[in-house]
Design a protein around this ligand. Structure first.
Ligand code: ATP
Length: 901
């Protein structure tokens, strides 16, 4: 023992290692775990160092546009145009601050999302199985592993059932390796320590149980670390494209500015200093410097809003795609249904029982034809109680007066049944300990255990899908000995139960010799006896029903892909409101179809039953071949390829394996179908807002620039001075320019069909809108400018009216952009949002200040605008709104005419 204490865990025998870590076979007590946690610290790897905020702020100045602006500020300073220098520097500073704030916000959003994904571990504490956050693990804890789990700490395995691990993260070896609990040589290399499961590796199949021997930075992964991923920067392909676009646009604007400069100097012979100032103003106005930052904020807000709806974005590009989803492929159990299972049917060869009760409380009766039956009177129920208690990994316990289950809800429901049958599952488990097991797997669809009692008896217990078990069973259990099995009769019985929407399980057993200590698939091929069937109800979620209806309106089709029986699947599909629930393809049918045939069949089929995870991949590809954008849900380790292939892979946060979560783009914290639809809605909102931000920013900046260009090309008086343009650009960029990032969902967004796969962000409609509005701005500005001069006003007053017209038109344009797809003339549209009004008030205050405050009048060369002319300015803004609204109405009507649906 003393000797063992110096041996590494992999060289110790399983019996000794428990003592070495002062633990027990049934785990630590909660108190002891608390004490150890305080001493050892949390089981997490140290976070990577963060960049100092000052460095982050400095980094904002490191871009080509800022250099150009700083250069211009330098030249204006040389020319002693101090106000211009000040305004340009203000633009630079505000731009950097905006970038800095958005980056901080985005990082916070991602950090919060990451916290929501904190991994969990299943441990034995106080002899009971419970789920705890992986950071709370301490050495001496006993962790239960199953397929799909990510190992939460370094474990010395105590027992394993067909356990295979993916250790590539540590050893680079991509093939899964088998594990056993036998000790290995003390000198064995990491990859050869078959009795160890290392933190960060993945369970690819089987089950096991291990003792925590190292946590946090003490683990093997901790030692080689730095591997912990830092916060993902908020960059998506779309944002990258837009930044790229903005860079090219900047270049184009610089070239145009240079040409205008040359033209003005050589053709119109303007004085260089004035000309240079005008060109700088033109460039600053035209370059949408704030655009990338505002778009990033739009995405960050989307990530946060989705998290509020329980949809956690794991991979950022998903947020761009999710709104475009045209088909959602969903699981049934727990997603469309509530996964609160209860056994309501129990069928033996002689009897058809019903069970009463609710939830997981083991209170209820066994009934036949409405008469209560005493369970102990029926000899058939004895072995049934044994199989449902022993071939079962769940635990049932009472906490604060409420019955809870730990583990698979279906298995929990079986434990409740055992209690309703008057049997104590704990006592049964103590008197018939498990020796070996074949864990449940979606590919074989059953679970089997080998149990011994302490009196030289042994038995194999099996539960699983009825058609699989009926094939495996060679006879029918009977109190007097094995009897003949009438498969057709049983088939009719389970189909009848399934047609009621119940999940059906068959139960079977096989007495074996006490000598047998291992269980293999071959052992089930001969001598298995059918005991009966159980039917479980799992109510459809009411919110899923309305979410399916919403999908229908939004042109998103919903397909159910389940491992369950076709009858059960059809019944639940009907309850959930799926289209054509009676057209079902089973996994076996899918195997018969060629890819081409599947591509056709999938268009009209919405229910896929008895599928295995491999089928999901084929289904995703068939849907994508039909140009659909596919969201696919999954929970098991084998679902990972389909989740990766789907446009949006969605994993279940509660019931899903770590492997599925890691392959997914989106994790549902509540496993609920309605959450997927909420995410689609949010995705559409985010994408619309990206478009709206672009649709507002680009015409505004090019409109401002055009105003200057026209004057320079025509050689006429500038209707707005360079410093005034800079001012407008500054004040609107930090107010109006941001408002659209926060826009709520536009009316009827979920009544529009999803956008097409290849639809660009800048659609033809949006591009046309940009051209139209860009040309309206100079019309408004020159219109008011000539009106003012005609009235005999001073040039200063005419210019003041011109810049105010520019700003008023921008405000009206903002209200227009809020409803780009529907009319802007509804009370809701006009009422705006608090943020819209806040920005409007701020910008109005700014304009009043520049128009009426003497100090600013002197700085910006402005004059007070008379009240009636103020009304004319607002009238021009309103007129521009009417023009673009009329154009929109014509466009919408035209679209309606073209698609009479
Ligand atoms: P759903 O879409 O309803 O979530 P699924 O795809 O998760 O279904 P599986 O969990 O693969 O379905 O289950 C397929 C079938 O395997 C079930 O209908 C049931 O008959 C059987 N089964 C499920 N879980 C177990 C288990 N723990 N032990 C034995 N058999 C099981």
């Amino acid at each position: 023992m003393l000797n063992d204490a110096r041996k590494p865990p992999h060289a110790c025998l399983p019996e000794d290692i428990l003592a070495q870590y002062r633990s027990e076979a049934d785990g630590l007590s909660s108190e002891e775990a608390k004490v150890r946690l305080a001493a050892q610290g949390p089981n997490r790897l140290p976070a990577p160092p963060r960049r100092h905020p000052f460095l982050r702020l400095l980094a904002q100045f490191n871009n080509a546009l800022i250099y150009m602006l700083l250069g211009s500020a330098g030249i204006t300073a040389l020319l002693q145009h101090w106000i211009d220098t000040g305004v340009i520097l203000a633009v630079v500073l505000i731009n950097a601050l905006l970038g800095f704030i958005q980056e901080g916000r985005a990082e916070q959003a991602m950090e919060a999302v990451r916290r929501m994904l904190a991994p969990m571990a299943t441990v034995l504490r106080n002899g009971q199985r419970q789920a705890v956050s992986a950071v709370e693990l301490v050495t001496g804890d006993i962790v239960l592993l199953e397929a799909g789990d990510r190992v939460p700490a370094d474990l010395r395995l105590l027992n394993c059932h067909s356990l295979r691990m993916q250790e590539a993260i540590l050893t680079g070896e991509s093939v899964a390796v088998g594990k056993s609990s036998s000790a290995v040589d003390a000198e064995a290399a990491l990859g050869d320590r078959s009795c160890m499961a290392y933190s960060g590796t993945l369970v690819s199949s089987g089950q096991g149980r291990g003792l925590v021997v190292a946590t946090g930075s003490e683990t093997e992964i901790g030692r080689i670390s730095g591997l912990l991923s830092s916060v993902e920067p908020l960059v998506t392909p779309l944002l990258r494209q837009i930044s790229e676009f903005a860079r090219w646009l900047t270049l184009l604007i610089l070239v145009i500015s240079a040409l205008v400069l040359l033209f003005g100097y050589f053709i119109h012979h303007h004085p260089f200093a004035d000309l240079f100032m005008a060109v700088v103003a033109l460039a600053v106005a035209a370059i949408p410097e704030g655009l990338p930052a505002v778009l990033t904020i739009t995405l960050a807000i989307g990530v946060q809003a989705m998290a509020k709806h329980h949809a956690i974005v794991r991979r950022l590009p998903a947020i761009e795609t999710i709104g475009a989803v045209s088909v959602i492929c969903t699981d049934k159990t727990g997603t469309l249904t509530s996964n609160e299972m209860m056994v309501t049917t129990l069928m033996t060869d002689l009897h058809h029982y019903r069970l009463t009760g609710s939830g997981y409380a083991p209170e209820g009766h066994l009934q036949q034809d409405d008469a209560i039956i005493e369970p102990h009177a029926d000899a058939w129920l004895e072995p049934i109680a044994a199989v449902i208690s022993l071939c079962n990994d769940a635990c049932l316990h009472k906490l604060d007066g409420r019955w809870n289950i730990e583990g698979d809800p279906m298995e929990g429901a079986l434990l409740v049944l055992a209690r309703k049958l008057g049997r104590n599952d704990d006592a049964l488990r103590r008197s018939w300990p498990r020796i070996d097991a074949i864990p449940f797997d979606a590919s074989h669809r059953y679970m089997a255990t080998l149990n011994h009692d302490h009196r030289q008896h042994a038995c194999i217990y099996v539960k699983g899908a009825p058609e699989v078990l009926l094939e495996l069973c060679s006879g029918q259990w009977h109190p007097d000995g094995p009897a003949r099995l009438d498969r057709e009769h049983w088939r009719q019985r389970y189909e009848a139960i399934a047609a009621e929407g119940q999940r059906v399980l068959a139960l079977a057993m096989k007495p074996v010799s006490h000598e047998r200590t291992a269980l293999a698939f071959d052992d089930l091929e001969d001598g298995l006896l059918l005991l009966g069937l159980v039917g479980l109800i799992d109510p459809t979620r009411p919110e899923a029903i309305s979410a399916v209806a919403q999908c229908r309106q939004a042109g998103v089709s919903v397909k159910m892909i389940t491992g369950d029986h076709a009858g059960t699947a059809t019944a639940i599909a009907r309850q959930a409101g799926l289209e054509k629930p009676e057209t079902v393809l089973t996994g076996a049918d899918l195997d018969q179809l060629s890819d081409g045939e599947l591509m056709v069949a999938i268009k009209t089929t919405n229910v896929f039953a008895r599928t295995s995870p491999e089928h999901k991949l084929r289904l995703v590809m068939a849907l994508q071949a039909n140009s659909m954008i596919v969201a696919m849900t999954g929970d098991g380790v084998n679902d990972a390829p389909a989740l990766k292939r789907a446009d949006i892979g969605i994993a279940m946060g509660r019931s899903g394996s770590e492997a599925a979560k890691e392959a997914a783009d989106l994790v549902l914290a509540d496993d609920n179908f309605a959450t997927i639809v909420a995410a689609v809605r949010e995705g559409r909102r985010v994408y619309d807002n990206l478009r709206k931000v672009i649709g507002w920013t680009l015409p505004t900046s090019s409109g401002e620039a055009l105003t200057v260009i026209i004057a320079l090309l025509l050689g006429t008086t500038l209707p707005v001075t360079p410093v005034q343009i800079l001012w407008v650009n500054l004040i609107t960029a930090i107010t109006l320019g941001l408002a659209l990032a926060f826009e709520p969902l536009e009316a009827r967004t979920m009544q529009r069909p999803p956008r097409r796969r290849k639809e660009p962000l800048l659609t033809g409609t949006l591009a046309w809108h940009i051209v139209l509005v860009s040309s309206l701005f100079p019309c408004g500005v020159y219109g008011i400018f000539s009106y003012a001069l005609d009235q005999g006003y001073s040039i200063e007053l005419a210019r003041t009216m011109a810049i105010n017209t520019l700003v008023v038109m921008e405000i009206f344009h903002l209200f227009f952009m809020r409803n780009f797809y529907t009319t802007s003339l509804t009370p809701r549209a006009i009422a705006g949002t608090p943020i819209v009004w806040l920005t409007v008030v701020l910008v109005t205050l700014g304009q009043f200040a520049v128009t009426y405050l003497p100090l600013l009048q002197r700085l910006f060369g402005t004059e007070a605008v008379p009240f009636t002319d103020g009304l004319v300015i607002i009238g021009i803004g309103a007129a521009s709104f009417v023009i673009i609204e009329l154009e929109k109405q014509l466009r919408l009507r035209w679209a309606q005419l073209r698609s009479p649906k």
